[in-house]
Each structure stands twice: as structure tokens, then as C-alpha cells.
Ligand binder design. Sequence first.
Ligand code: ADP
Ligand code: MG
Length: 315
Amino acid sequence: MGEFDLIKRFFDIPELRPGPTMALGPGDDCALLQVPFKHELAVSSDTFVSGVHFFADMAASQIAQRCLAASVSDLAAMGATPAWFNLCLTMPSADEAWVRSFSQGLAAQAQACAISLAGGDTTKGPLSISIHVMGWVPLGQAITRSGAGIGDVIMVSGSLGDSAAGLQLMQHQRDAADDLSKRFWNPTPRIALGQWLRNKATACLDVSDGLVQDLGHILSASGCGADLQLHDLPLSVELTSHVSLIQARDYALNGGEDFELCFTLPSHLVTQAQAYSKLKNLPLTAIGHTSTTLGCRIWAGDKGLFVPPKGYQHF
Ligand code: ADP
Ligand code: MG
């Protein structure tokens, strides 16, 4: 199977274009994309390396699903509407069964996110996947990391720590089919929530490297500190029934890749967020407040300060 044949059969297909249309899609030197009037294009890139970001022996469909979900999560965190993505695929050989499975997983996630494949590059080499996502957001309404105000409520969506526990499970049993490992290989980008938070949240990001580390980015960009309540961290029943409470909280604070949104909200909007949470059946949990005292403190009820271990760093 040659390069162009492979692209035609597995990537230049309608199943990978469930999102906004394109003036020109894959096949030419460039794709041509039109952003709606008075909107900005939000763009983000992620590279996933075999053995670093995923297990090489995971099903190709799982690898594709996970990589696209993780990439689209960045659009969600800005409050953007997913529109298009480019895929740069480097692989050791053109194994037809592998590419078919990859294409199927990619299409499933593209459909879940309503995002269309606009183009990419296909090369030979050690397995690595680069995804460049594009979405749009009404002019001036993107939610950055730098707008948190003093006294804002810090909230997170869903539950934290599941993905890190799922990763641990999969290290022992690759095909573990429980809810925790599913959260690792098939995370849910919080697209609708991100859009709902426009003109409400003062800062937002997706939790990819662990809550403490990622919240730290909001705090330094916004020039404030935070007081968190250890006992308020949202932990799933799946997580707490699988590991001890201490371990579960460590996963929640430092385990990465949950792809939940962490955002700061002026306190008068918390009731609205709770109503949205109920309506959408998506937990939104207040875990603390921003403050003028720089740094992040975690309070363990009346036991005083809790000192967390550090999150994941690449270098
Ligand atoms: P060029 O040589 O001009 O860079 P390529 O041969 O790399 O073009 O790609 C040909 C066309 O196929 C381009 O439109 C490109 O966007 C598309 N393409 C290549 N690889 C992929 C892929 N993995 N997924 C989607 N489109 C791809
Ligand atoms: Mg090329």
C-alpha cells in the first residue's frame, strides 16, 4: 500500500469529516478553511510518542481515540468550538490492519467531537502522532489562563485521578476493560462546558499534567494564589473502591490526563454552574478559592496544611 493509496482509503474519507465543511479538504497542497465572521481561530498542537504517551501495543483505534480527545480538550479549555484538525502520522510500516483500526478510532472520536480532518502528513519512522486542532471562538471571548480574580471560586468538572489509576491498571493488564482504564484511553473533552463558560469563567484550562501543577499555571498567569480543600476533591466511586483514600487523593492532585476543566468563577455565578451541572448530569465541584497570598495551599479539614507530592514533568 503506497502513501497516497493509504491516505485516500483511510484518511480522505467522509467519516473523518463530521464537523464544519471546508472550502478545500485533504488532497491539495493546503486545505482552505473559512472562519465565521467576527470569530477568532484557536489553534493547538500535541505530539504523542509511542512508549511515552501511549503503549505501542494498545489497539490502534484506542491510540487514535485518545490522541484526538486529548488534543480537542485544549479547544474545550478555551471555550472554542472544534472545527478542523491536521494529522501528522509517522509509523514504521504501512500495516493495513493497523491503519484501518487507527482510522476507525479516529473517526469515532472525530464524530464525538464534531471535528473534520483537513489534512496532514504521512511519513515512515518510529510511531509518533502529531495532531493540530483548530476551532473558533467569538471575537474576544476565548477563556485564557490569565483572568482569575481574587476571591473567585475554583471549580473542576467530572472526577479527578481516574485516568492515572487507569494507566496504572493498564501497565499490568493492557486490555483492562474497566471504567478507570477507559478514562485513560478514551477521555471525554468537555466541549459543551467550555463553551458554556464563555463570559462566565475568568480563567480555564484542561487538567493534563495534574491538578496542582496545572492550576499553578492559572495562578502564575493571573498573579494570585489558591486555597484548596483536600476533602472537596471530586473522586469517583470507581477510584475510591479501587485504591485507598490517600492514594486516590494523590492521583487526583498529581495524576495527569483527566482532561477535565479547571476554572475560576466569580462567586455569584456558582449557583448557575450548579444548575448547569444538574441539567447536564456533569459534576462541577468547588474545590477552593483564589487569594492574594501567592502559591497553592491545600487544607486537610481541621488538620491544617497538607503538603502534596509533585505532578508529572517531562524533563
Ligand atoms: P505535499 O507533498 O504537498 O506536502 P503530501 O504528499 O504530504 O503533500 O500530502 C498530500 C495531501 O494529503 C495533502 O493535502 C495532505 O494534507 C494530505 N495528507 C497527507 N497525510 C495525511 C493524513 N495522515 N491525514 C490526512 N491528510 C493527509
Ligand atoms: Mg507533506
